[in-house]
Write a protein that binds this ligand. Sequence first.
Ligand code: AMP
Ligand code: MN
Ligand code: MN
Ligand code: MN
Length: 276
Amino acid sequence: MPRYDLHSHSTYSDGLLAPAAVVARAAARGVDIYALTDHDELGGLREARAAADDAGITLVAGAELSVTWESLTIHVVALCIDAANAVLADGLAAIRAGRTLRARRIGDALALAGIPGAYEGAMKFVTSERLVSRTHFARYLVEAGHVASVKDVFKRYLIQGKPGYVAHEWARLGEAVGWIHAAGGQAVLAHPGRYKVNGAGMLRLLADFRDAGGDAIEVLSPSHTRAQFTEFARHARVFGLLASCGSDYHGPGESWMDLGGLPDLPAGVVPVWNRW
Ligand code: AMP
Ligand code: MN
Ligand code: MN
Ligand code: MN
């Protein structure tokens, strides 16, 4: 059975490896069908495509869109998109512009919390001038000795309720799904187990996602426990959504799981690739 990994990042967003290096690593780890899904960005796909051709693996063109649903930030992975589509490109450009403004406000918030110069510091860690993420702030705060690890920076500074957190409006769910469909792609609700919702909230999110035209959910993600693999497989069946899987790889030493590290999808779900 071919091995799929349909969620990962490169230096075009907040990953540590260039697209060609991530693709080579995926191939070396036994991945047959691989999606590069940089945050709000398609710029790495050309390099990834060439590297995938060299390595003899199949590249799926993707992205991970930042979305605001109710008061939460959620992520929607786009798969099998036409990277030349202008509707999607314009939507992603708008999200990226919002990131730059938010980054300045994160810098201001951290200064108030006693950490000056964080915006400039984060910029030193940015690997694509088009995209700044909280991850770049986290790497800077570790380097500057404020916190021991990237995970601790999030816990202490960058998540809701902490001093460096800044509320932000991303794309609306319906907009994001519309852009993905305009580009011929599938919309996949990323790592649903990560969202801070109760049981009723999860059912509402899944219903809203399906009603917005969403196609699939990530059943397998390193953010999920084994029990959640089963739980989200059931949700996929009940809501008539396809199932996807991805390691969400960001680079050596900074990831929950390496490329290709997930098990096979549970029985009883329809894989997202059945429609390809
Ligand atoms: P942003 O899209 O700029 O808000 O940044 C979100 C990114 O931060 C995610 O894609 C992850 O790569 C990273 N991230 C979020 N939460 C954590 C966490 N608790 N520990 C480590 N990285 C995290
Ligand atoms: Mn990330
Ligand atoms: Mn995500
Ligand atoms: Mn991701």
